[in-house]
Design a protein around this ligand. Structure first.
Ligand code: ADP
Ligand code: MG
Length: 234
């Protein structure tokens, strides 16, 4: 029964090219009706009890799709969702063409040596603005890293559609400033450990976030408190 229902996804995956094997999901590139498409497949984890695994995997698939749709409604760039197969836990997404991760982009700017401070500041400002809009919609991403942000190449500076947020599997909806503060804290840790000497740049990102969000003061206050919160919990 289950096999019959999930025939659609394996059929597409037979011609797909694996582009990333993660701990939770495989990401493939393929084509559908001549359109480039990304398929994200959450596979079973054998170390988990099957019923629990099914429940968690289903929840993450639902959360990912729900948050992408909510973001897109709010005007935040996230890939179009073409189709979801809840049996094989596959999400069929628009491929963001000619894109690279913000992580790779920052690294290449830093490696190029020449002074490209303005380009870095532009990226920090865009991330700050987008996260402010996302948090004002009460979407908590749950896994904010510069690998989960894509930049379309070849667009002119200042184009508002240049940055795309992906990988919403750990996202959820919450209006609590603490949840938003933790979201920013996760990004801060990832950002500073991935990109050396970017403390001032991250400060700029936060400043832009604060200026762009209607509810930022409580969030920034919580962000400052997160290290104490995690210490007192341990
Ligand atoms: N819609 C997309 N368009 C283009 N590339 C994508 C897209 N979705 C994912 N990718 C690529 O696949 C990688 C992994 O996808 P992601 O959703 O972040 O999965 P994971 O949970 O394994 O991190 C991304 O860093 C990006 O390089
Ligand atoms: Mg990712």
């Amino acid at each position: 029964m289950t096999q019959e229902k999930s025939l659609a996804a394996p059929h597409f995956l037979s011609n797909a090219v694996l582009i990333k094997q993660g701990a939770e999901a495989r990401v493939y590139r393929t084509e559908f009706l001549g359109k480039p498409m990304i398929v994200k497949e959450r596979f079973p984890k054998r170390y988990r009890h099957p019923a629990l695994d099914e429940k968690l995997t289903h929840r993450r698939t639902v959360q990912e799709v729900r948050s992408i749709l909510r973001c897109r409604k709010a005007g935040i760039c996230a890939p179009v969702v073409y189709f979801v197969d809840y049996i094989s836990h596959c999400i069929f997404l628009e491929e963001i063409m000619s894109s690279l991760t913000v992580r790779d982009h920052i690294a290449s700017i830093q490696q190029s040596g020449s002074c490209k401070e303005q380009e870095l500041e532009y990226i920090a400002d865009r991330v700050g603005q987008i996260l402010a809009t996302m948090h004002d919609e009460d979407v908590i991403h749950g896994d904010l890293t510069t690998s989960n942000m894509l930049l379309r190449c070849g667009l002119e500076d200042g184009d508002m559609e240049d940055m795309v947020i992906i990988d919403f599997g750990l996202s959820y909806i919450s209006a609590l400033p603490e949840d938003k503060g933790v979201d920013l804290y996760v990004l801060e840790k990832a950002f500073l450990s991935t990109h050396p000497n970017t403390e001032a740049l991250f400060e700029r990102l936060l400043k832009t976030y604060a200026a762009s969000s209607k509810k930022s003061s409580a969030v920034i206050k919580k962000l400052d408190e997160v290290p104490q919160l995690t210490l007192s919990r341990n």
